[in-house]
Write a protein that binds this ligand. Sequence first.
Ligand code: NAD
Ligand code: TYD
Length: 351
Amino acid sequence: MILVTGGAGFIGANFVLDWLAVNDEPVITLDKLTYAGNVENLHSLQNDPRHTLVQGDIGDRDLVAQLLATHQPRAVINFAAESHVDRSIHGPGDFIQTNIVGTFNLLEAVRGYWSGLAATEKAAFRFLHVSTDEVYGSLAKDDPAFTESNHIEPNSPYSASKAASDHLVRAWHHTYGLPVLTTNCSNNYGPYHFPEKLIPLLIVNSLAGKPLPVYGDGQQIRDWLYVKDHCSAIRRVLEAGRLGETYNVGGWNEKANLEIVHTVCSLLDELRPRADGQPYKEQITYVTDRPGHDRRYAIDARKLESELGWKPAETFETGIRKTVLWYLDNSDWVAHVQSGAYREWVQKQYA
Ligand code: NAD
Ligand code: TYD
């Protein structure tokens, strides 16, 4: 079996659901269930004997050690993190605590477990750390995309804390021999994305008749990947990645934020037109820019493609249509997130 941390969040939940859809190997999900962790994301696995959810902190070394000893996983996939740049600007403390101190405690618990394994299990064990392209900093318009050998130049409390966690993972490999793999992925979008991030926020605010806030001039560039393609990349790296290596994950889809806003508006005009017949782009509102806003991210994923033969299945056009349709079909999920009802559900379910 595998242990997945942060498996109730956006990417982690997609990963757990996809994992159990493509094979039968059981999963233990360890998640602190912060505001971003939503058990409803894993609702379809409620009665699935292959899945166990444990509420807890990656920083709780005793809990992690006990879980590892009890379940004897062959791999740990670490998604658990504080992940929202804007929140990291308002309150960096939780980011330092989970992303740096938490990762340290997790690594120590995993090292203790791994050291005690028999030779065959020890050789087969993997710790896969899920990270972000934001650790590389910001690119100018004509700079080449980030490769794995770019300098690490994080600019926000979020990206700095993720960069620190990447460094710890690397050091635990070089110093202690822990069999680690790291992935650095570009911006994800897709089902179960918490509606304070750009794409789900646009969909939800459009439908609610609220403003669509564009930071600054809206010309910042992000490189977008459909979440299920990120999940398939992680499965591939887990299966065949070289120990101690870092793999960039991206879909060659650089888009300016304003283009994303217009695409979402046009899709909604087609799929769920406004009652007054006006286009959704009328709701666009320019707001004060994010402090220290990175101008451009772009991922060069050639290492992953050439070494491990990974390719994304979705283009941006197919992925964004699927995403908008998912939000239209799952208005209950959105309503529960917005009202906080998913928290009450957790209390009822796991009391
Ligand atoms: P998310 O915020 O949606 O989910 C994070 C999950 O981790 C939540 O379920 C939360 O409850 C859990 N968590 C937080 N602190 C914890 C702790 N101390 N112990 C246990 N669980 C804890 O984030 P996401 O967008 O799904 O991102 C997952 C990972 O992927 C993160 O490490 C993030 O840095 C990385 N990443 C995200 C993106 C993106 O576009 N969202 C891109 C590249 C990499
Ligand atoms: P976000 O989804 O927060 O991801 P990240 O900051 O990790 O890239 O934001 C994506 C881009 O969209 C980023 O350039 C900030 C911008 N943005 C807006 O213009 N308006 C918004 O309301 C939000 C949430 C983000």
